[in-house]
Design a protein around this ligand. Structure first.
Ligand code: ADP
Ligand code: MG
Length: 697
């Protein structure tokens, strides 16, 4: 057998392992939990825990950890060993159902957005049996949800699971209306394409901005950027190839379906795309992928940058979230079928997504908002901050035909009788041409392209799932019990198209003309995180999440607080890092260079009084002028940051960071970047963009 086949998932306590290791009746119960979210009794949990432990110990594990996803955006873990005291001073290796199912954790060390004040500081982690346990670093990892003792979600997984329940519930209602009785569960599936940069570690270590903030806060543009388009899918350099191979090996052992590895648009930029799976597992796997990428890179003398915009002037990194709905009978509900009946169902689900994206565009924008992602979405870069949907030519024509009550094709007049149009044999490739759309239909799934590269995919998927669930519920209410189902269906689809077609746009999403047009259509355009976040608690959004039981209002308040806080923290660290780099490295280096240049000029003139020292003169004039501007601006930045930091209300503070701190950071950068082009490379204290972007050879 191929080594890959043998090793794939070898560190995962997956279905095959459970089938082999568990008594049949226990296995059946576990499967019921896995498939339909049935609660597991403690006897069953004990048996599963014991089997898990034996399996893990055989693979060298000595510890276990509940693995969870607090609001920090990265994962957290608390390790315990399996050992228990036995007789005669010996030890036993134990792991009980109770330890598997529930763990305690000190919630006070994680952001809670104020939920802590009203509830106990302790939190607990609860096993998520819908995602498999795995072994990493001799530790058995148990995916868990993280809640306060009051039951309020303190993490990203709890609401994600709730949103999956909501969309399952509402999709089933729709399927029943179509007479489908076989399907017992509907799950959303996701394949997240992950972009990242790789830079040499020895250069990274010399850049405090990369170390503290994940992005370069200074850096003049190198002579070459990405204008030659020669990096994208070009030959992969040997060190990168070796990194990718090892990354695949590690991810495969963990059961992550890493599928495609290639170069991206910018120099030093790459992408990993996994094969899609259930959203919950996909979210866990994406977190693992980001962790493993960073670890494997280090082993190859590289550092993996996951920031959305590590370098000015070249593309930033995103995460394309490919999303669809699949039944437990294996049917993709966004697959246009071959028969009018399937088409009608497809068109209804498609309409639901269109309406959900239009009605909850603010919430979708909020779900991808972060200080890092502002450098992509708000700037002149893919994709814009305005949400629109691309459906491709064929689907657009069909929707237009429905809107105008035309038949799509004369041959299909007959089909019109049943109320919906038949789709022509569908060409998937037709839909994948628009790369500028933030939200594109790509044949049998939607690709949401606004996610930032460093973010958990949970946030965006919580919104997607909940918004679509909400619309499906309203659809089901409207269609339930009608006399003429086909007519009601047709009318509903038609009305949805008419009411929500403003969100559809097939043109170039980067052009200024579109931004203007979007404003005419009344679409939101929140360029920055604080501008988006102020809408988080809008009545409509609170209603969306509370009605679908995804968040309570107090959970939402807590989250809004955390998001505003996060934004402020990022900007504060960036501002302080800039001040530090300028004062301790950049100004001293520039001053030394100017001084040495002045001495050189004096020296030259003393030997040869008629010499041309215009280079030295020019440099001294220009550099001292820039030094003076840098010096003044760094003082302003330091002061304004201190003032802003002391604003008590987090929303006001975030706005102040955007309006008062960010512009000073930009001004400071412009002086420093010009200085960098004048000061001798030998004197410049940091590796430059050319070194970082073209350093891996
Ligand atoms: P490309 O975007 O390069 O054309 P694909 O469209 O085949 O490649 O796939 C892109 C990503 O979308 C992959 O991660 C893939 O697994 C995922 N994907 C494909 N089908 C689905 C689906 N039904 N649900 C969610 N993700 C999917
Ligand atoms: Mg794609």
């Amino acid at each position: 057998m191929s080594k890959v086949i043998e090793e794939f998932g070898s560190m995962v306590f997956n279905d095959a392992v459970m089938r082999a290791k568990l008594p049949k009746e226990v296995y059946i119960k576990v499967r019921a939990t896995h498939q339909n979210g049935k609660r597991m009794d403690i006897e069953t949990a004990n048996i599963v825990a014991n089997a898990m432990k034996d399996w893990a110990i055989e693979r060298g594990a000595t510890h276990f950890t509940h693995w969870f996803q607090p609001m920090t955006g990265i994962t957290a873990e608390k390790h315990d060993s399996f050992i228990e005291p036995g007789f005669d001073g010996k030890i036993l290796m134990e792991f009980t159902g109770k330890e598997l199912v529930k763990g305690e954790s000190d919630a006070s060390s994680f952001p809670s957005g104020g939920l802590r004040a009203t509830f106990e500081a302790r939190g607990y982690t609860a096993w998520d049996p819908t995602s498999y346990a795995f072994i990493k670093d001799n530790t058995l990892y148990i995916p868990t949800a993280f809640c306060s003792f009051g039951g309020e979600a303190l993490d990203k997984k709890t609401p994600l699971l709730r949103s999956m329940e909501a969309i399952n519930r509402e999709s089933l209602k729709i399927l029943r209306l179509f007479g489908n009785e076989d399907v017992t569960s509907v799950k959303t599936t996701v394949g997240p394409e992950q972009e990242y940069f790789l830079v040499p570690k020895e250069l990274y270590d010399k850049r405090p901005d990369l170390i503290y903030t994940g992005r370069t806060l200074f850096g003049a543009k190198p002579p070459k950027g990405q204008e030659m388009d020669d990096h994208y899918s070009g030959t992969i350099k040997t060190p990168v190839k070796e990194f990718m191979r090892e990354l695949d090996d590690e991810l495969w052992r963990l059961g992550v379906l890493a599928k495609t590895e290639h170069n991206e648009g910018a120099p030093a930029q790459h992408e990993l795309a996994p094969i899609f799976t259930t959203t919950n597992i996909s979210t866990d796997h994406n977190q693992l992928t980001m962790e493993v990428m960073q670890r494997v890179a280090r082993r190859h003398g590289l550092v993996c940058l996951l920031h959305e915009k590590p370098f000015d002037g070249v593309s930033g990194s995103g995460k394309h979230n490919n999303w669809s709905l699949t039944t437990d009978t294996g049917i993709n509900l966004l697959e246009p079928g071959d028969t009018p009946f399937e088409n009608a169902q497809f068109l209804l689900f498609l309409s639901a997504v269109i309406r959900a994206v239009d009605e909850y565009q603010d919430m979708l924008r909020i779900s991808v908002a972060s200080a890092g992602n502002d450098h992509r979405l708000g700037a002149n870069e893919a994709p814009p901050a305005v949400i629109s949907m691309f459906l491709g030519e064929e689907i657009t024509q069909i929707l237009e035909a429905i809107e105008h009550n035309d038949s799509f094709d004369s041959k299909e007049k007959e089909m019109m009788k049943i109320g919906v149009h038949v789709l022509p044999k569908f060409q998937k490739d037709n839909t994948d041409r628009n790369r500028t759309s933030p939200f594109a239909f790509t044949g049998n799934k939607f690709e949401f392209r606004m996610l930032g590269s460093s973010a958990s995919i949970a946030g965006a998927n919580i919104v997607m799932n909940t918004a679509v669930a909400q619309v499906l519920r309203e659809f089901a209410e409207e269609l339930d019990g009608v006399v003429n189902f086909q007519k009601a269906l047709h009318d509903l689809i038609r009305r949805t198209i008419i009411n929500h077609k403003r969100i559809l746009f097939n043109g170039n999403g980067y052009e200024d003309a579109w931004i203007e047009e979007a404003a005419h259509r009344g679409l939101s355009n929140f360029k920055t995180t604080p501008e988006a976040l102020v809408h988080y608690m809008d009545e409509k959004n609170v209603a969306l999440f509370t009605q679908n039981k995804v968040f309570s209002e107090s959970e939402m308040k807590a989250r809004a607080e955390i998001y505003f806080e996060n934004y402020c923290k990022v900007l504060n660290v960036e501002a302080l890092t800039m001040v530090d780099m300028v004062r301790r490295n950049i100004l001293p280096a520039a001053s030394k260079f100017a001084g040495d240049t002045a001495s050189n000029a004096a020296c030259i003139l003393s030997v040869s009084p008629d010499s041309d020292t215009s280079y030295e003169q020019d440099m001294i004039t220009q550099i001292t002028d820039l030094i003076s501007k840098t010096h003044k601006t760094v003082k302003i930045l330091s002061d304004v940051n201190a003032q802003t930091k002391s604003v008590t209300d987090s929303q006001e503070r975030a706005m102040a960071y955007k309006d008062s701190v960010l512009p000073v950071m930009e001004e400071l950068r412009s002086y420093v970047d010009t200085l960098e082009t004048l000061v001798s490379k030998e004197y410049w204290p940091f590796p430059d963009y050319g070194d970082l972007l073209f350093g891996v050879r």
